[in-house]
Design a protein around this ligand. Structure first.
Ligand code: SAM
Ligand code: SF4
Ligand code: SF4
Length: 380
């Protein structure tokens, strides 16, 4: 075990942090000390480590690229993620083999659901090869979150490779608002075509994520609800979050989910639905007339940290125990240093056992100014 701890030492990041102009806050972490000080109490053969708050490890989110073809204003604002932005060079990325190995070890420790994300995951070349490798893990649900525009080209291949479901992000139904939000001139039709392709390929039930930013796209809530009623897709409204350090988050721009529900309920009466499973992130509501269901993700106004079972693997192989983390744990050094499976298990378990995160429960007006890792890098 001691050997595992020693090997799991943070190396200085290969990439020097960008010196970004003016108000821009650092994007990726600098060298960080590894929080593995106490080592793991996990023993080879043991399963299901618990964190400091008694939460088990159930979900793994894997970021396969830090790049994106969109520049959503709440995620990768163009002033920061411009042409000269230093995205990770190829050799820094985990290979598919490395990702699969981590996923296999995480599954051995209790992970039952894997979500592929980014950045825009469909930009990662030959992604279906990774999907096919991950699909071999028994008892693990395999999902992917995408902005959807590459789905017409890739949905069928991904399904054939073994992907189970997709979540597609869509913030508005009118082109003017949508273009303003994606800031890359993509029209709504491209995403709707992607959703249709995913449905035709059998990647449903499809979830559609709308980030609600008050004063920017909240006028479209009712139109989105109306559009997706009777579609079989589950529309989910996400409160605008203070992820990363560059999206200029202000509490005033958060529209509480309860207001979203009240507004839809006025037009199309709703009733609450029991969660599918303990710890489900979205609160479920269904239309009383049987037109389907919606979900609301109240990450700001109703924190759900106490049931958060998610671990994140960044594009370059660092583990993060919270979306709002300020530092990660360099697993890649272990992977490339020849560690055996027991050591990888012990390292992942140690990170999990030391986890004490509950950012959303302790968020104050001041916390958004803390330097946090960008969502496009850590994986949304
Ligand atoms: N590019 C893919 C996409 O947009 O679906 C996957 C990565 S994206 C970071 C994952 C999810 O995070 C998307 O549904 C996106 O809308 C959401 N997201 C990004 N920034 C957010 C923020 N500041 N607040 C709330 N949700 C956010
Ligand atoms: Fe790209 Fe997704 Fe972030 Fe939008 S939310 S910029 S699509 S990674
Ligand atoms: Fe989980 Fe961190 Fe989000 Fe809380 S703030 S729900 S611990 S990712």
């Amino acid at each position: 075990m001691r050997r595992a701890a020693a090997m799991f030492t943070m190396t200085a990041p290969a990439m020097t942090r960008a010196i970004l102009p003016m108000k821009v806050i650092p994007i990726r972490e600098a060298a960080t000390p590894l929080a593995l000080a106490a080592g793991s109490t996990h023993r080879s053969g043991e399963r299901a480590p618990l964190d400091q708050r008694g939460r088990s490890l159930r979900d793994l989110r894997i970021s396969v690229t830090d790049r994106c073809n969109f520049r959503c204003i709440y995620c990768m604002p163009r002033e920061v993620f411009g042409n000269d932005y230093p995205f990770l060079p190829r050799e820094e990325l985990l290979s598919f083999e490395e990702i699969t190995r981590v996923a296999r070890r995480a599954a051995a420790l209790g992970v039952r659901k894997i979500r592929i994300t980014g950045g825009e995951p469909l930009l990662r070349k030959d992604l279906e090869r990774l999907i096919a490798m991950l699909a071999e893990l028994d008892g693990v649900e395999l999902t992917l979150t995408t902005n959807g525009v590459l789905l017409p080209k890739l949905a069928r291949r991904l399904k054939e490779a073994g992907l189970h479901r997709v979540t597609v992000s869509l913030d508005a139904l009118d082109d003017e608002t949508f273009r303003r939000m994606n800031d890359a001139d993509f029209p709504v039709s491209r995403v709707l075509e992607g959703i249709a392709a995913a449905r035709d390929a059998g990647l449903g039930p499809i979830k559609v994520n709308m980030v609600v930013k008050r004063g920017t796209n909240d006028h479209g809530i009712e139109a989105m609800a109306s559009h997706f009623r009777h579609s079989g897709h589950i529309l989910r409204f996400i409160e605008f979050m203070d992820v990363g350090s560059s999206n200029g988050w202000k509490m005033d721009e958060v529209l509480p989910s309860r207001d979203v529900v009240a507004r839809i309920d006025r037009l199309f009466p709703l009733e609450p639905v029991e969660p599918n499973y303990q710890g489900e992130v979205a609160a479920r509501w269904r239309y009383r007339d049987g037109a389907g269901e919606i979900g609301v993700i109240s990450s700001v106004t109703q924190a759900f940290c106490s049931s958060c079972t998610r671990l994140r693997l960044s594009t370059e192989g660092k583990l993060y125990t919270c979306l709002f983390a300020q530092q990660g744990h360099d697993l890649r050094a272990l992977l490339r240093g020849g560690a055996d499976d027991d050591h990888i298990d012990a390292a992942i378990a140690a990170v999990w056992q030391q986890r004490d995160d509950r950012y959303s429960e302790i968020r104050t007006a001041a916390t958004p100014t803390a330097r946090k890792i960008e969502m496009s890098y850590i994986g949304g």
